[in-house]
Design a protein around this ligand. Sequence first.
Ligand code: GLN
Length: 510
Amino acid sequence: MSAKIGASAAEMAQALAAGETTSVELTQAHLERIEAVDGGLNAFLHVASESALADAAASDERRRAGQLSSNLDGVPVAVKDVLTTTGMPTTCGSKILQGWIPPYDATVVARLKAGGLPILGKTNMDEFAMGSSTEHSAYGPTRNPWDLDRIPGGSGGGSAAAVAAFEAPLALGTDTGGSIRQPGAVTGTVGVKPTYGGISRYGLVAMANSLDQVGPVTRTVLDSALLHELIGGHDQLDSTSIDKPLPGLVTAAQQGALGDLSGLRIGVIKELQGEGYQHGVLARFNEAVDLLVDAGAQRVEVSCPSFTHALAAYYLIMPSEASSNLARFDAMRYGMRISPEGIADPSAEQVMRATRDAGFGDEVKRRIILGTYALSTGYYDAYYGQAQRIRTLITRDFNAAFDKADVLVSPTSPTTAFKIGEKLDDPLSMYLQDVATIPANLAGVPGMSLPSGVADEDGLPTGLQILAPAMADDRLYLVGAALEAMLEAQWGGSLLANAPSAPTGMGGQS
Ligand code: GLN
């Protein structure tokens, strides 16, 4: 059983092609793994066993008929619960949407289905994607497969934990300020936030429209490239979708794996290291940069001074957009509706107030209040307007840095996974987890996090972030695959293969 679930998605696709396994067998193996380990992890909010097995049987049927829908046809996938799915609940980790079954599929979900990937279920997340630990889910926290007392990152901790624990070979995440990359870093998985507009947002329940992006969560760089190519590209249902073909991502990953980076300039961002970064995180980062240089890349130092204001700008822009997006949860259209106690004939406004009070958690309320305040007359210019100006400066810093370097690198997150509960009462220190990931969202440029090793002091995984200019997502895959190949040669296999979350650990089947 472990051979089946331990492989990469690309290897699973090969095994299917070679007739060594079937999609039903693969899907069944993952469902059994979920059954065995998810009680401890809480990575899934909904497991769709029946429809996944039916999809798998249909895939096997297509294979017999020689009519495959994509090169991942038959390989199962998990989907973050912020993406709409027909026939499956979509809760966004919130009580307010408990039991809501959307009438349409997100474009990315439709593309998974069109590609023939059985959907295993929906993964846990911080409520409305607000958080860095998945502790803000109304359905209980997800735990990190490396250490069940620790957080798996957020907001997409469910997708990252599911992939790290071999419950799914592939998952979809969303990244508004780091929610794919930071969970990737703290669980030892690969995660990509594509260029803004590179992947459709249609059916992604909006937190902050100008920042949100869907992206792949996988165990290898090549798997992310395969998934990214399948779900990416223009969508006329999303007005911000870029009407240009994606660059060749799979080709870039394959070329990168050959390990030759000569001629490539790697920019190390001065502002994203040093104070506040854990020792082991920096040590693994610096060693990884040395490896890139060994592969022929040229190291250059770049400075992006306005990045020091990115977190502040983000925590005005994001809540402003979120406060207006979340106004749609008004007890009339979707999900929960609560009648206030002791009022015989409540008005719409009273029902709305009671529902929003009971349906939203503290973090969501905090951000709605912050966003509403920042947008109010008299304050707009002082807060939102200033934040937008910083956003422009950040884009300029990126442009200047990309004049000097083809890609930029930094640690993905300043620390490894912290303990559950450790930062819950300290929102600011939680927000700081995303200090290195947020600039990319503000500028719309693509970023990848991939495992760079484990920190000596705690044995927990840490990640390296690669950033590229908009629409040059292929560079992430080129550099990521090169680094992954060199690191795996050192480790004697992938980081996760030797992790406590490997199929032999955690009480799953071996
Ligand atoms: N952790 C960040 C926040 O809480 C980013 C969230 C995200 O990317 N969805 O806003």
